[in-house]
Write a protein that binds this ligand. Structure first.
Ligand SMILES: [Ca+2]
Length: 405
């Protein structure tokens, strides 16, 4: 009896002591993390490439260029994350799902692309199409800032990944230990023993001083850093890069990181969490927006309010009057309104003359697309080009695609 009791006590003690994650779990997390890095870095590089083409007069829709990924550059890395994921039966995750810090490939890619798009919006405003670059100097300044921001993000997420591996291997704290060891301001935070992140940040200071001096940076970067120049501009960019990198880590690992402290060590709401959790609310992330599909007759203010969110001007800049048909196509394809399938058939969409409703489908026709008389799928999808898309526009005949934030 005594032996049996001892055995029970020993069992209880063993069962309550956490053990470090095993190598298989660490390997799986590491590979998925590394591939997520490739997604965010590639997306940021594409933003810069499209912006540069725009500065040279070779691309008049840089926003579509950056986020539609027509060449599949980002998609290639997104596919790699999926191919390595748990359930693929191969690669580092074939041993099964890690017990902590794991989220599926789709979430990792969404966190990566979302962070890249978020940083582009932070720096350049709601659309890359909005800024007018006066000349070569402006283009060079912006390219240098985008490159520097990408390097900071890439370095930060990589340092986190290495730290995460070390933490899981050497301590038994699991996710809480990783939070403390690698990102939380209450712990040591992300340590930079070789000073490589500091050097990457210092490099951005230098290029901003060199290439953005004498340039109207408010027009080059018409986002959150408007009104700053010189070192203040560099610091603003750096903090937002750290903020977005932190949010990617937080989302990718399902960790509650205090990114407001991570970005500049001050609780100043500089890195507030997004106003809405797009996935949790059932929204669909496309390009820089979180999209919802309204009911017939609803305007976008109503659609967004229903979600506890606010109308996002991305409704106009991405898929509305300042966007492109292709972007509208992409949004509606992702939303799958009424089960309408993919439409990239090249047939021009109709233009509705009653303005302001942006990217919509029509209501009131039984069966709707593609049975709508007089045309194929494309006739069901409309984007007004007569007047600017607004939040308030509505009509009983149309169901709007609305971006909310
Ligand atoms: Ca802060």
């Amino acid at each position: 009896m005594k032996h049996a009791l001892t055995a029970v006590i020993v069992f209880i003690i063993v069962a309550t002591i956490s053990v470090p994650a095993h190598a298989g779990e660490i390997g799986c997390l590491s590979v998925l993390g590394r591939q997520g890095e490739a997604v965010i870095v590639t997306q940021m590089a594409l933003v810069n490439k499209c912006s540069k083409l725009n500065a040279k007069g070779k691309e008049n829709r840089p926003d579509a260029c950056a986020f539609l990924d027509n060449d599949g550059k980002v998609a290639k890395f997104v596919a790699k994350v999926s191919a390595s994921d748990v359930g693929s039966g191969r690669g580092a995750c074939k041993g099964g799902q890690p017990s902590q810090l794991y989220t599926p490939a789709a979430n990792i890619s969404a966190a990566s692309i979302g962070a890249a798009a978020g940083l582009a919006r932070d720096l350049a405003g709601p659309s890359l199409d909005n800024s007018v670059l006066a000349g070569k100097a402006e283009g060079k300044c912006r390219a240098a800032v985008f490159t520097g921001a990408r390097l900071i993000v890439g370095k930060t997420v990589k340092m986190y990944r290495k730290c995460e591996g070390r933490s899981l291997k050497t301590t038994a704290g699991g996710a809480a230990g990783v939070l403390n060891d690698c990102v939380d301001a209450a712990g040591p935070g992300l340590t930079d023993p070789r000073g490589s992140l500091a050097a990457t940040i210092a490099k951005l200071d230098t290029v901003v001083a060199k290439l953005c001096n004498g340039v109207n940076t408010d027009s080059v970067l018409p986002g959150v850093c408007v009104g700053t120049s010189g070192q203040a501009l560099a610091s603003c960019v750096e903090e937002h890069a750290l903020c977005r990198a932190c949010r990617m880590i937080s989302d990718m690992r399902g960790l509650a990181v205090d990114c407001d402290l991570f970005d500049n060590a001050v609780a100043d709401a500089s890195c507030a969490a997004p106003g809405i959790d797009c996935a949790a609310l059932g929204g669909t992330a496309v390009g820089p927006g979180c999209w919802f599909y309204g009911s017939a007759g609803q305007d976008c203010l109503q659609v967004c309010a229903t979600q506890g969110a606010q109308y996002d001007a991305v409704t106009r800049t991405f898929a509305g009057s300042d966007g492109t048909f292709q972007e509208c196509d992409e949004v509606l394809t992702a939303l799958m309104p009424q089960g309408v399938p993919v439409d990239f058939d090249g047939v021009p969409m109709v233009t509705i003359s009653a303005g302001g409703r942006g990217c919509v489908t029509f209501d009131g026709v039984p069966g709707r697309c593609p049975q709508l008389s007089g045309g194929g799928l494309s006739t069901c999808w409309a984007r007004t080009s007569v007047s600017g898309t607004t939040g308030e526009a509505k009509h009983s005949s149309t169901l709007r695609a609305c971006a909310c934030d």
